[in-house]
Every structure is written in structure tokens, then in C-alpha cells.
Design a protein around this ligand. Structure first.
Ligand code: SF4
Ligand code: SF4
Length: 272
């Protein structure tokens, strides 16, 4: 954690100034339970609300001068595909996704749920815990409370309740812990064999977080894969635990999985 961005909280006061800048960022980790809550919330929205939201956002950014129904449908779909995988673990038989992040538009870094016109959140009652917690962040040492120094709300209002901040960190740990348990259980049930760590490092997959945009654009060239296992078979194994929970979106992760598949094939070829 870089000292230039974060500072250790020593009882400073905070009051949100509603500037909205915390909705322009990346890597907002969201747990399975939170994904389900957001999905449930989105289902309560009607098409008029979606339409207004998209119209506001598009007008404000100036990216879309002409508003049309087709575009609205496309963006509405983005709202339902609001999360994507973050952090992969490779096994000989499969690659598992550890957790997910909220989708932020790559160019503006704006969260898909942020309405810049009103500086509001489209899913406010169901927003992730880390959004509620901001500018406070979960530090590596969970006994510490850190905050992001750039938040203009710091120094305003009164000091937050320390006990509540610790309770939030604890709740976050429990939410993420549930997801980790799911992966651990799946690995144990299926007796998955890990690929050697140095090979994973060599593949660059450990830096996936930084390269998500690039990977999404990459194409899987199945004809080059020298394997008896077809891509669909492989993909099934990969997403089984997530399909069961109905938390994997159909479009986004497949490009990442293709990359992981490419890597596994190349490693098998090396071994031959
Ligand atoms: S939490 Fe901080 S950055 Fe976010 S809207 Fe409030 S003042 Fe702005
Ligand atoms: S989910 Fe809502 S509060 Fe959180 S970053 Fe997105 S718009 Fe902001």
C-alpha cells in the first residue's frame, strides 16, 4: 500500500462532500453475496429508470450526442454485466476465479452505476461495502484503519466511530472469506492439482489485474491449441462453481479464460 495515497487513520474527522470522485476508480472488489444483492436491486428497477440513468450519464460525459433505443439497450446490458473476474488461480485441470470487481469504464474510470449528472449511485441501497466504507480502506494489517488522502471529505464533520469502522472491516473479511471458502472447497472436492508457481509467474497471469482491458481484447485461437481437450470442455470445468451460483456473466470472462487456456496448453506442450 503506497504511503502517498493512503494514510493511517488517527481519529481524524470525516464528512462526505458528495464530490463523486470515489466512483471513478478501479478494482472495487465485490463479494458473491454483494453481487446477489445488487442483482436483486437491479431487478426492482423499471425500464424508465434505466433509460433516465443512461440518458443522464451519456449526456453528461458528452460521449453520446444522439440518444437512441439501441444504445440504451446496450448500456442497460452493461449494468447487468456489472462485475468481472479478478484474480485467477491456475490448476492443471482448471483455472478458478477468486473474486470479482465492479465494472468501471476503461476510458473514464467511471463506475457503471455512477450518475455524474446528479453525483449519485444507481444502486445506492445495495452498493458494495467498500463504497460505504470509503474513504476508509481495508489495510493489510486488519488492526489498522487506513484512509485515502485525496478524499475531500477528510477534515470535515466529526470523527467516525472507531468501533464501527472495525466492525465494517470484520464484515468485509467475512464476505470475502465466504468466497474463498467456495474456491477452497471446489479445489478439495475436485482434487485439483496446482500448476507450479514459477510457471504462473512466467505466464503473467499474476498481473492480471493490470492487464484486464488488454486481455478482454485478445482472441482465443483454438486452432493453435494442441490438446485433446476442447475449449468448451475446458470452459465448463472452469465456470462450474460459478454457474451453480449463477454469478458468472456470460460474455466478459470468457476472453480471460481463453487466455488462461492458451497458457495451460503452452505449458503442457513444454512438458511433452
Ligand atoms: S467519500 Fe470522499 S471522494 Fe467520495 S464523494 Fe464523499 S467526499 Fe467525495
Ligand atoms: S457502486 Fe455506487 S457508490 Fe460504489 S463506486 Fe459505483 S456508483 Fe459509486
Amino acid at each position: 500500500m503506497g504511503n502517498e495515497i493512503y494514510a493511517k487513520w488517527k481519529g481524524e474527522s470525516f464528512e462526505c462532500q458528495r464530490c463523486g470522485s470515489c466512483c471513478y476508480r478501479q478494482n472495487l472488489i465485490v463479494s458473491t453475496a454483494e453481487i446477489k444483492a445488487i442483482l436483486a436491486h437491479l431487478k426492482t428497477k423499471n425500464s424508465g429508470q434505466f433509460e433516465q440513468f443512461i440518458r443522464d450519464c451519456c449526456t453528461c460525459t458528452g460521449r453520446l450526442i444522439e440518444y437512441d433505443k439501441k444504445l440504451e439497450a446496450q448500456y442497460r446490458n452493461t449494468l447487468f454485466n456489472f462485475y468481472m473476474p479478478f484474480g485467477l488461480e491456475c490448476f492443471e485441470e482448471a483455472t478458478l476465479v477468486h473474486n470479482h470487481i465492479i465494472h468501471f469504464y476503461p476510458t473514464t474510470k467511471r463506475c457503471v452505476f455512477h450518475n455524474p449528472l446528479e453525483t449519485s449511485c444507481f444502486i445506492y441501497p445495495a452498493r458494495p461495502l467498500l463504497c460505504k466504507f470509503y474513504p476508509f480502506v481495508v489495510a493489510e494489517n486488519i488492526n489498522d484503519i487506513n484512509y485515502e488522502k485525496s478524499c475531500p471529505g477528510m477534515g470535515h464533520g466529526s470523527p467516525p466511530n472507531e468501533r464501527k469502522l472495525h466492525e465494517t472491516i470484520e464484515t468485509y473479511g467475512q464476505l470475502i472469506g465466504e468466497d474463498i471458502k467456495l474456491v477452497v472447497k471446489y479445489v478439495a472436492d475436485k482434487k485439483l492439482k496446482p500448476i507450479k508457481k514459477d510457471l504462473i509467474k512466467e505466464s503473467g497471469l499474476t498481473n492480471l489485474e493490470q492487464r484486464l482491458d488488454k486481455l478482454l481484447a485478445s482472441r482465443f485461437k483454438e486452432e493453435k491449441a494442441d490438446s485433446k481437450e476442447s475449449f468448451p470442455e475446458y470452459y465448463r470445468k472452469l465456470i462450474d462453481p460459478y454457474v451453480e451460483l449463477k454469478i458468472i456473466p456470460s460474455s466478459i470472462p470468457i476472453e480471460i479464460m481463453k487466455k488462461a487456456f492458451d497458457f495451460q496448453i503452452s505449458q503442457r506442450n513444454k512438458v511433452k
